[in-house]
Design a protein around this ligand. Structure first.
Ligand code: CP
Length: 320
């Protein structure tokens, strides 16, 4: 595996899930793979879980780790070609990428959607420049349109908790005060569509996700109907993806609090587990009692981020 940006990169999901369980039994068993190898983690945006779990994963595999927060201590980077650099940006990404790649063997990149241009975000302009110009294996730590390390951890968590062979899994939009990217719901859909689950997406009209990620999933606009029989509820906010109206891309079209996941919502389900990638705004996305209930999986999901990252880094190391 030379890049990790979506579900197709990981190949057979049963094999990937088996590898995750193998690593969970002894997370240091592949320590030899990373000897004298360096993993560079580049953050254009904030992070708690990804920052910590990916460093831990790299160390599980015996790697050295360098973390760079681009906006703290590095030269401010220009990312557009052709710009006259007479402003506050001192270095161009097109020099910075090959320079940084000299110091490492594998590169992780976090670069969120900027909501300036749907085309730039949906063509993954920043992540793809790292893939093109670094000459090193590159993995996404959440890019403009995908967060595959999170979706892989979510799948591991579902596999560990499912009560039926083919559980009903519902991705539900929930309200949030600010515009959030679609990376998490896109990747969740990307992975659930390839997993052995009955996958349903529910959201208010206007919040349709990109067809590239929805594929054959059922979309149900009635949240109550969607929740019926669900074994897993995955809540997430996202701003308008601009599928039906490109001019609305990145806008907050609704803050309808009737979509907040509370105990009444959970009573519509088949005693479902609650999931969210975190960080979460309590009593906007989910009420205190739902997130604190024994059926809340938010902490095991976060713990599985170390496991998904260890599998991915192991595969990238094996490709060197
Ligand atoms: N879920 C997730 O990616 O968390 P962070 O943004 O804190 O890394």
């Amino acid at each position: 595996m030379k890049t990790f940006t979506n579900v197709m990169d990981i190949g057979d999901l049963s094999q990937a899930l088996a590898e995750a369980q193998l690593i969970k039994k002894d997370r240091y068993q592949f320590e030899h793979l990373g000897k004298h190898k360096t993993c560079l983690l580049i953050f254009f945006n904030n992070s708690l879980r990804t920052r910590l779990s990916t460093q831990k994963a790299a160390r599980n595999l015996g790697m050295d780790v360098i973390v760079l927060d681009v906006n703290q201590g590095a030269w401010k980077l220009e990312t557009e070609r052709g710009v006259i650099m007479d402003g506050d940006k001192s270095e161009h990404l097109l020099e910075a990428i090959p320079v940084m790649s000299n110091y490492c063997d594998i590169i992780g990149v976090r670069s969120f959607a900027r909501f300036e241009s749907r085309e730039d975000d949906y063509t993954e302009k920043i992540l793809n420049q790292f893939i093109k110009y670094s000459g090193k294996p590159v993995f996404s730590m959440e890019a403009a349109t995908g967060h595959p390390l999170q979706a892989f951890a979510d799948l591991i968590t579902i596999e560990e908790h499912k009560r039926t062979q083919r559980p009903k899994v519902v991705l539900t939009w929930a309200p949030h005060p600010k515009a959030l990217p679609q990376a998490v719901p896109n990747s969740f859909a990307d992975w659930m569509n390839e997993a052995d689950v009955d996958f349903v997406i529910t959201h208010p009209e206007g919040y349709e996700l990109d067809p590239k990620f929805v594929r054959g999933a059922k979309v149900e606009y009635d949240q109550k109907k969607a929740f019926e029989g669900a074994e897993f509820i995955y809540a997430k906010n996202w701003a308008c993806p601009g599928v039906t109206n490109p001019a609305d891309y990145g806008k907050v079209l609704s803050k309808d609090m009737s979509w907040t996941v509370d105990t009444e919502h959970m009573s519509w389900t088949n005693n479902a587990f609650f999931m969210h990638c975190l960080p979460v705004r309590r009593n906007m996305i989910v009420t205190d009692d739902v997130i604190e209930a024994p059926t809340s999986l938010v902490i095991p999901e976060a713990a599985n981020r170390e496991i998904s990252a260890t599998v991915v880094l192991k595969r990238l190391l094996e490709s060197l």
